[in-house]
Design a protein around this ligand. Structure first.
Ligand code: AFP
Length: 326
């Protein structure tokens, strides 16, 4: 939708949110996230690489950029006046910002996903999940918005508040202006983005990949969740998966601040996102750093993965059931 007399390319992010009748506080929050990305871009292009000398809850070495990006976003959200609680991949626990929940939002974010790719100059991104009120441990379907920023050859921002998925590009003045609205996915695609070691794939996933390859589907994998999902979204087709592995039944990616926001966006674009048996958005997180297997992209491609897993893998022991045992 563009205003009479204005081309859509002149519609900036704040105007677009207002034209979609997004309430003031949520508009302000999404614009604050966009503002923070400008400082993250600066730190990526000028900040020192290498380790920060600290590690996160997973025992993963925190890169200097991880810590810097986390601080930038945390500070921005702290001062936004519309955040109740926040949580990031780099934090050990939920950070309370305001005890008052009314009119406020709780935010879970991965400040710089794929940060280890920066030192080989590959694209990385920021992923943000937004819930109304104080509770972050909710099913992804309860999100009111999801945003990602992709720091690639161009810097782009994609958001949805449940009224379609829209893409913005950063211009010379560092403003985000509309590139395309209401992005949609085809029912089936011809690219796949397979995470994890193939020799650790379970029988159902291995058979699924074989089926895709027999169909002539092309492999496209960067090692960055944000660019790999962005590729599926903007090509309008394809599937990304980081499955349950023989030695990692929960896969690798985190539910709260990686999978839920991306699943929200992909479902808004007419695609699907599953843990191999159930929609990602229906999973009830039990703890903040929970991981889940993920198959996300075109509906038919996700359904085919579920079918192979259902018919070739132990019915009783789905990834979720396995987790209950550990
Ligand atoms: P890092 O943030 O540690 O670089 O991991 C990136 C990531 O979480 C996600 O962005 C990728 O999709 C996935 O890991 C790639 O994992 P593999 O390196 O095991 O393929």
């Amino acid at each position: 939708m563009s205003q009479a007399g204005k081309t859509k390319f002149q519609i900036d992010l704040r105007r677009h949110l207002r034209e979609h009748y997004v309430n003031e506080n949520l508009t302000h929050l999404i614009c604050e996230i966009a503002e923070a990305s400008k400082y993250i871009i600066h730190s990526i292009s000028t900040g020192e690489l290498g380790v920060a000398g600290t590690s996160n809850l997973y025992g993963e070495q925190q890169l200097a950029l991880d810590v810097l990006a986390d601080r930038i976003l945390r500070k921005r959200l702290d001062h936004s006046r519309v955040v109740a609680n926040m949580m990031s991949e780099e934090m050990d626990e939920i950070i309370p910002v305001s005890p008052d929940c009314d009119g406020k939002y709780s935010v879970a974010f991965d400040p710089l996903d794929g940060s280890s790719l920066v030192d080989v100059n590959l694209a990385v991104g920021t992923i943000v999940s937004i819930f109304e009120g104080c509770d972050l441990l909710q099913r992804g379907r309860k999100q009111v918005a999801a945003v990602y920023i992709l720091y690639g050859p161009r810097t782009t921002l994609v958001y949805s508040v449940g009224k379609g998925v829209h893409e913005f590009g950063m211009n010379m003045l560092r403003e985000y202006t509309l590139l395309q609205e209401n992005i949609t996915l085809e029912p089936q695609g011809n690219l796949y983005s397979p995470g994890g070691q193939r020799n650790l794939y379970t029988p159902g996933v291995e058979a699924y990949v074989q089926k895709l390859e027999d169909r002539g589907v092309k492999l496209r994998y960067s090692g960055g969740f944000v660019p790999d999902i962005n590729q599926v979204l903007l090509k309008g087709q394809g599937i990304f998966f980081y499955p349950h592995l023989q030695n990692q039944p929960q896969g690798k990616l985190r539910l709260l601040f990686e999978l839920s926001p991306m699943a929200f966006l992909i479902e808004q674009a007419g695609g699907a996102a599953s843990d191999g048996r159930r929609p990602i958005l229906d999973l009830q997180p039990e703890q903040i750093h929970e991981r889940s297997p993920v198959f996300i992209g075109c509906k038919k491609d996700v359904a085919l993965a579920e079918e192979f897993i259902r018919t070739l893998e132990n019915q009783e022991e789905g990834p979720t059931e396995k987790k209950a045992k550990n």
